[in-house]
Design a protein around this ligand. Structure first.
Ligand code: AHG
Ligand code: MN
Ligand code: MN
Length: 364
């Protein structure tokens, strides 16, 4: 095999660290631990039925549900274990939080504690596991509050309540036809492809940029009767195509693995919406702020795209709970800005639009 001229993930991280001569190396070591967890999950996913990893967790005792009230797949639980086990030893973390754990996970007594917090969705799109469609892992790295680092105390939920703009790094791994790791350490976005022979992530997609214009959107249309008026307006205009106000035809995609939609959008542009809707008043959106919307939002913005609730930039939202849900719109900048404009516009009084269609008088 000819020796690859490409950089490995480790080399990329060393190159990034050279910009900060005082850096301790903890941050890079942490990202390599995360990458190792992703490689372990990629192997488990690849064995599928052969590895006995498909289906629901604890199916023989009626199944288990996570804090979200969702049925856990075997691979949800296994992936969570890989993340916890491979990241609690290195001494870089003060604590962790995950979609699959109700409370923050503490670093075991006897292990050194560090200055970062790791938040993750160990397996995103897990409804797709049993049908062999791409799934992925999403992670966000925050700085632990100084008082936590100084005291070495256990982490509390509130220690994680930091707006997305303060993430030190974020990324995802995608377990698709190839396994990829996409990462931002706050200096653009780089994509790495797993070389299955070497077991190394190789830099294949340096400096990713999202096209600002697009003709592709992604939304679960089965929820359309619950949408708010600005979302209905946006989708109607896309569907109207060349003969409508947009004057061009749009294509539609829905994988139901947000991480895979994010990757498609990063590669060729597009817009993704899982907006706040009226389906269930107790759930302001489907996706979770801390381990889905914020890390994907960080990647989008670092690649020249945009992420929003529809009403405000996603990365400015102040979290108030660990498993908080939120309406999410991300992708090509011009489309996301258009959707934000539709949310901000006052009620339209023209003959086509009923008086209260744009915004109900009773909502912000
Ligand atoms: P998770 O598997 O981590 O619970 O997340 C699934 C999410 C997301 O990946 C996807 O975009 C969305 O749920 C799909 O929702 P629908 O089932 O409404 O299509
Ligand atoms: Mn998810
Ligand atoms: Mn998940």
């Amino acid at each position: 095999m000819p020796l690859s001229k490409r950089f490995t993930l480790t080399q990329y991280l060393i190159g990034e660290r050279r910009r900060f001569p005082d850096a301790s190396g903890d941050f890079n070591a942490l990202i390599l631990d995360v990458a190792l967890a992703c490689k372990a999950i990629a192997r488990a996913v690849a064995f599928g039925e052969l590895g006995g990893v498909l289906g629901n967790h604890d199916a023989d005792v009626g199944g288990s549900v996570n804090v979200q009230g969702e049925t856990q797949k075997k691979l949800d639980v296994l992936s969570n274990e890989y993340f916890v086990r491979l990241n609690q030893w290195g001494g870089h973390l003060a604590g962790m939080a995950s979609e699959e754990m109700e409370d923050p996970s503490q670093i075991p007594a006897g292990n050194p504690r560090g200055k970062y917090l790791l938040v993750f969705d160990p397996l995103d799109g897990s409804s797709n596991i049993d049908v062999n469609v791409s799934v992925g892992s999403i992670f966000s790295i925050l700085r632990a509050p100084q008082e936590v680092v100084d005291s070495g105390r256990d982490v509390l939920e509130a220690d994680f309540f930091q707006p997305g703009a303060s993430q030190a790094a974020a990324g995802y791994a995608l377990y698709g036809p190839t396994t990829m790791l996409v990462l931002s350490v706050g200096n653009g976005v780089a994509g790495f492809t797993l070389d299955p022979n070497l077991g190394e992530f190789m830099l294949t997609h340096p400096n990713l940029q999202i096209p600002v214009e697009t003709q592709e959107f992604a939304i679960n249309a089965s929820n359309s009767r619950f949408w708010e008026a600005p979302v209905t307006r946006y989708v109607d205009e896309c569907l109207a195509g060349k003969t409508g106000p947009r004057g061009k035809d749009f294509n539609m995609r829905w994988i139901a693995s947000m991480v895979a939609e994010a990757h498609r959008i990063l590669m060729r542009g597009g817009v993704f919406l899982y907006p706040r809707d009226n389906k269930d008043a107790s759930k302001p959106g489907r996706l979770r702020l801390l381990y889905e919307a914020n890390p994907i939002g960080f990647i989008m913005e670092q690649a020249g795209g945009r992420a929003s609730t529809g009403r405000q930039p996603m990365l400015g939202v102040q979290p108030t709970s660990l498993h908080q849900r939120i309406g999410l719109v991300f992708g090509s900048k011009n489309e996301v800005e258009r959707i934000e404009r539709y949310h901000a516009e006052p009620v339209r009084m023209d003959s086509e639009t009923p008086l209260f269609a744009e915004r109900s008088l009773f909502r912000d």
